[in-house]
Design a protein around this ligand. Structure first.
Ligand code: C2O
Length: 316
């Protein structure tokens, strides 16, 4: 059976190392809150085109900063607040939820075939909340284009300093080739191993989830913090806005892979397609979304700026 959306009444504090602060990342939840099933936005709504973070202009940056500032200004218990947004990630990856009917098994959306779809849905809702806060239904999150030479440093909008990494570029392009093409010919290799209701978590990540996803997390974390907070550890990762740009690129590469596999979006197994999660949307409604709801980005009304694929011929 598919992994079912968690029962929010049974959320408990995450399992964290002793060196991490006491955080409770359970979402605001009032018992009795109605859960609505996901519906794609109307086909007539504008397509949000996600820009490469290193290519955005001042006007875009001002909009994005304003949206994040407004999100940070919401009361902490508003499910759309920045605090609650990073908690969503924390809860789904540090054992705050049990699998429904399996109190000894946690829900873990990493290291398995839920990695791409869960993060796609997470960004989808996050983006729409930001857009709603600035009253702009075309607002789109930036993505960190770390698979192209121009994007291989931390995007300037996330840091005032950056260092040239020229000697690394060739090596990086070859890694991208391996992870996207030669090493990703099977669905399991790219998307991750099957993970069903009743399974132990962490059956195995896909190639991209390991590298560059994991390596970029660690590289962006702060080495002075005990657990490389924020980006270098699950619970705190989404506290850093660059998280969403990093995952924008991960999500973009899933689309690219679909294209390289002649349009295949992934598994046809209902245990993948019907796995479900809960998110709060831009109206603070609690939404149950399934993997099958997120496979068509055109239906979700977003796209990515076309920035080319510089690694496409970078055969080692
Ligand atoms: Cu949920 Cu990049 O991790």
């Amino acid at each position: 059976a598919p992994i079912q959306a968690p029962d929010l009444r049974n959320c408990h504090p995450p399992d964290l190392p002793d060196t991490a602060p006491d955080v409770n990342c359970c979402p605001t939840y009032r018992p009795g809150t109605a859960i609505v099933d996901f519906r794609a936005p109307p086909a007539s709504s504008p397509v949000r085109v996600r820009p490469a973070a290193h290519l955005v202009d001042k006007e875009y940056l001002a909009k994005y900063e304003k949206a994040v500032a407004l999100m940070k200004g919401l009361p902490d218990d508003d499910p759309r607040s920045f605090a609650q947004q990073w908690h969503v990630h924390c809860a789904y990856c540090d054992g705050a939820y049990d699998q429904v009917g399996f109190p000894d098994l946690e829900i873990q959306i990493h290291n398995c075939w839920l990695f791409f779809p869960w993060h796609r849905l997470y960004l989808y809702f996050h983006e729409r909340i930001l857009g709603k806060l600035i009253g702009d239904d075309t607002f789109a999150l930036p993505f960190w284009n770390w698979d192209a030479p121009g994007g291989m440093a931390l995007p300037a909008i996330y840091a005032s300093e950056s260092s040239p990494l020229d000697q690394q570029i060739d090596e990086n392009l070859k890694i991208m080739y391996r992870q996207m093409i030669s090493g990703a010919k099977k669905k399991e290799l790219f998307l991750g191993q099957p993970y069903r209701q009743g399974d132990q978590p962490d059956p195995g990540a896909g190639v991209i989830e390991n590298v560059p996803h994991g390596t970029v997390h660690v590289w962006t974390g702060d080495p002075r913090q005990p657990n490389l907070e924020d980006m270098g550890y699950f619970y705190s990762a989404a506290r850093d806005p660059v998280f969403f740009a990093h995952h924008g690129n991960i999500d973009r590469l899933w689309r690219v892979w679909n294209g390289l596999r002649r349009g295949s979006t992934g598994f046809t197994d209902p245990d993948w397609l019907d796995a479900s999660f809960l998110f709060y949307d831009e109206e603070a409604r609690l939404v149950r979304a399934r993997v099958r709801d997120c496979l068509d980005t055109a239906a979700l009304r977003y796209a990515y700026q076309d920035v080319g694929l510089p690694w496409l011929n970078a055969k080692p």
